[in-house]
Ligand binder design. Structure first.
Ligand SMILES: NC(=O)c1ccc[n+]([C@@H]2O[C@H](COP(=O)([O-])OP(=O)(O)OC[C@H]3O[C@@H](n4cnc5c(N)ncnc54)[C@H](OP(=O)(O)O)[C@@H]3O)[C@@H](O)[C@H]2O)c1
Length: 243
């Protein structure tokens, strides 16, 4: 798929990995529709997009609103060629201390919402006979982690979803892949204390955290024509932490 004059929908584009992906795609001439849960986030998105797209308020926890919001985008004559399911949250606790909300919110935002976003774009991609769905998974979806039964269940669930969807649309010119980051410097890991930070660092063979640009590069590659024969895959970007 040629990426010129295409439109990408990126969830969670106001900061962190999502913002870096948006800026990377923008530089390649792709129009971006970015989401945030707040008006303030939308303002940030609109500022860096400089009219090469726009920001939309979207709360993935409100699954009913996802279809409606994406329908609105199509009504305004935007057709989504690249869907980047980036937004995600964590709420870490050992299972003995985890409450229903910790469990349900993480599953809803990190896994259930992907059904709604993907379903909302897939028909038009099938019609056009091209499209890209790229989801940000996590190393934890593949390894599991203490204190993250909710997060790892959601991220592991994405693996089956993406492999199955990749099979369903492989003959329609649509590829469905994931990027699985290791530890990346964003607000997502700001609650790590010095001890945890040091411990994590010692487990990374490259002895450094990844940057948001390194994840964005992987997403850009999977969006590009160079990745046209890759589907149902996970691109691991983790400094050697998991192979
Ligand atoms: N950073 C890492 O080390 C790391 C490692 C592995 C995987 N990941 C994955 O990478 C993705 C991005 O993480 P990040 O590091 O960039 O985190 P981040 O800086 O905390 O950003 C999270 C993004 O998700 C959005 N978001 C949160 N709750 C949402 C909701 N209910 N509905 C819609 N959007 C929501 C946020 O939007 P608002 O700010 O507007 O709420 C924000 O844009 C996530 O899927 C995460 O699981 C991150």
């Amino acid at each position: 798929m040629k990426t010129e004059k295409k439109t990408a929908l990126i969830t969670g584009a106001n900061k962190g990995i999502g913002k870096a992906i948006a800026i990377k795609l923008l530089k390649k001439g792709i129009r971006v529709i970015g989401t945030s849960t707040t008006q303030y986030g939308v303002k940030i998105i609109n500022k860096y997009l400089k009219k090469n797209g726009f920001g939309v308020v979207l709360d993935l926890k409100d699954t009913n609103s996802i279809t409606e919001k994406i329908k609105e985008i199509y009504k305004h004559n935007y057709s989504i060629d690249i869907l980047v399911n980036n937004a995600g949250i964590k709420s870490d606790k050992l299972l003995v201390h985890m409450n229903n909300t910790d469990w349900e919110d993480i599953i809803k935002i990190n896994l259930i919402s992907i059904f709604y976003t993907s379903k909302a774009v897939i028909r038009s991609m099938i019609k056009k006979k091209e499209g890209r769905i790229i989801t940000i998974n996590s190393i934890i979806g593949y390894t599991g982690n203490k204190g993250q039964t909710n997060y790892s269940a959601a991220k592991s669930g994405l693996i089956g979803f993406h492999k199955s969807l990749a099979l369903e649309v492989a003959s329609k010119g649509i590829t469905v892949n994931m990027v699985a980051p290791g530890l990346i410097q964003t607000d997502f890991i700001k609650d790590l204390n010095a001890f945890q930070y040091k411990k994590h660092l010692s487990n990374i063979p490259m002895k450094r955290l990844g940057s948001v640009e390194e994840i964005a590069d992987a997403v850009m590659f999977l969006s590009s024509n160079q990745a046209s024969y890759i589907t149902g895959q996970t691109l691991h970007v983790n400094g050697g932490m998991y192979m």
